[in-house]
Design a protein around this ligand. Sequence first.
Ligand SMILES: [Zn+2]
Length: 309
Amino acid sequence: MKCIMCKRDKENLSEEHVFPDAIGGTLVLFNVCKDCNDILGHSVDHHLTNHWLIQYQRSLLKIPGKSGTIPSPFKGGVIKKTEQKVRLTSDDEGRVKGYLMPSIKKEKNSDNTFEIEAVFDKQDKEKIPKMMDKILKRQGLGATYSEIDKKIIEGNLLEPININIELDQVKYKKAIMKIVYELAHYWLGENYFNDPIGEKIRKYIKSNDFSDDIAGSIGLFRKEEKKLLNLWEDEPLYHMAFMQKSGKNIIIYIKIFNVFDGSVILSNNADCYHDFEPKFISINPVTGIKRESNIYEEIVRRRKKNERD
Ligand SMILES: [Zn+2]
């Protein structure tokens, strides 16, 4: 069988998750070879699965990665006034919790004594004597925590925290184009091997360049501009895609959670696909349950649901 990524004949094609496993994708195809599969994982998929907005959604829905850990989108912040470093984590409900990283300041007094100002998180209260012993030893001050004069002030953190978030605006698009390309092969069949637009998309996915001239747009999800999406109002976070014909073009719409979406022209030779049928897929990212149908069946599904409710 031919691999759709390198177009070479390969003995065994490996398991390829069209929507990455790490975002709950359960559509698995066997049309990509092992070598291409590895390359896609390293150099394409991760731009999507590790994108800050996607990580945040994964942490809210508790979707673990390959290692089994649920990503934490909050790496750290700094309290604005004091420059104290804070490590941020999100709890089960997605609330952000801060942990004050221990910090110390040492000053020498005119009488040759030292003053140390140490700041600890409340969570570390019990451990302070041990932590201070270590600090004193590291500073070479020849005294233990029990031997020094100390003043303990308990306080609360009410200062604003500065969080720096890096948002990639380009690279994740290539990972979404990979999904689009694989869906095109899945839905349009062997003919898609010869489609000039398919070839352009394949080269773009395989290149190291992130600039593209693919017809269509992928970006941040904005529901208000798309009335049709009301059909899936009951499934706001599902991954979904559907393919339609429009004149000579075949167009695909794709949505990842409610984070990214866009439309891409898959082909402008619609007439070459004699058995063309409109297609639809949605995947519940938490349960992995997928629904494959077409837009007309989806309209009926919505109507029936409205009648029930
Ligand atoms: Zn290959």
